[in-house]
Design a protein around this ligand. Structure first.
Ligand SMILES: [Zn+2]
Length: 227
């Protein structure tokens, strides 16, 4: 009996050790990718998983009259999603890059997913702009993304701005690149004030974690000439 217990103990210890190794490895990889994003070097990602976002109905959203603040800077036709200039945009810290697995705690529950956008840490009330021209196709509240705006751009590209506080546009409204469409916030499933920016760069209507065209850096590379 004691031999069996010893074997069980050894087995248990080796499982714990393997588990710790995997956790350490996942953390190292996440940090390396995060660092790459912060340096605006070529993005890397895990592309082997799809999300199951539930678009649950929430309370009615309120759209208010926008302040008059002019347009954000445009570089190669693209405006920064956050802030007034590309330099200011670069100063926002990335909390969670596109395409990497992460775990976080909401309402005491551990959630795990792979990220189909980029989270930029920003104080509630920070200016949010449409990155390109065209038409607002969605202004709504969901439990996951809180107050959110989805815009359709030329060639069928879509952009998504989530966890917003104030929203300044309505469905079917025409917008131009750099237009102040909302302020960032902390609504929906959010662990702190930030902007979630999603990009559908292949016009299939899906903000994917695995499609390289849906990496927001695919859009920003037009400005930065990265890749
Ligand atoms: Zn996000």
């Amino acid at each position: 009996m004691s031999d069996i217990l010893k074997m069980a103990e050894r087995y248990r210890n080796s499982l714990i050790s393997a588990h710790n190794n995997v956790e350490q490895l996942a953390q190292d990889i996440s940090e390396t990718i995060l660092e790459a994003y912060r340096n605006h070097s070529a993005p890397m990602s895990f592309r082997n998983f799809y999300p199951n976002y539930s678009d649950l109905l929430g309370p009615p959203i309120r759209v208010i009259k926008p302040p008059v603040l002019g347009h954000a800077e445009i570089n190669n036709g693209v405006a920064p999603p956050l802030g007034s200039t590309w330099e200011e945009f670069n100063s926002f810290r990335i909390n969670s890059p596109w395409g990497i697995p992460r775990s976080y705690v909401i309402d005491g529950l551990i959630r795990t997913d792979i990220h189909a956008g980029i989270d930029y840490r920003a104080n509630v009330g920070t200016r949010v702009n449409s990155v390109l021209d065209e038409i607002v196709i969605e202004v709504k509240f969901t439990n996951v993304f809180g107050n959110q705006i989805r815009i359709q751009h030329p060639h069928g590209y879509h952009s998504l701005y989530a966890h917003l506080s104030n929203m300044y546009v309505t469905q079917r409204q025409r917008v131009v690149a750099g237009q102040h469409i909302a302020n960032s916030g902390n609504t929906g499933d959010s662990t702190g004030p930030h902007l979630h920016f999603g990009w559908d760069g292949n016009a299939d209507g899906v903000f994917s974690h695995i499609d390289p065209a849906d990496d927001p850096f695919d859009l920003f590379s037009r400005v930065y000439n990265i890749h």
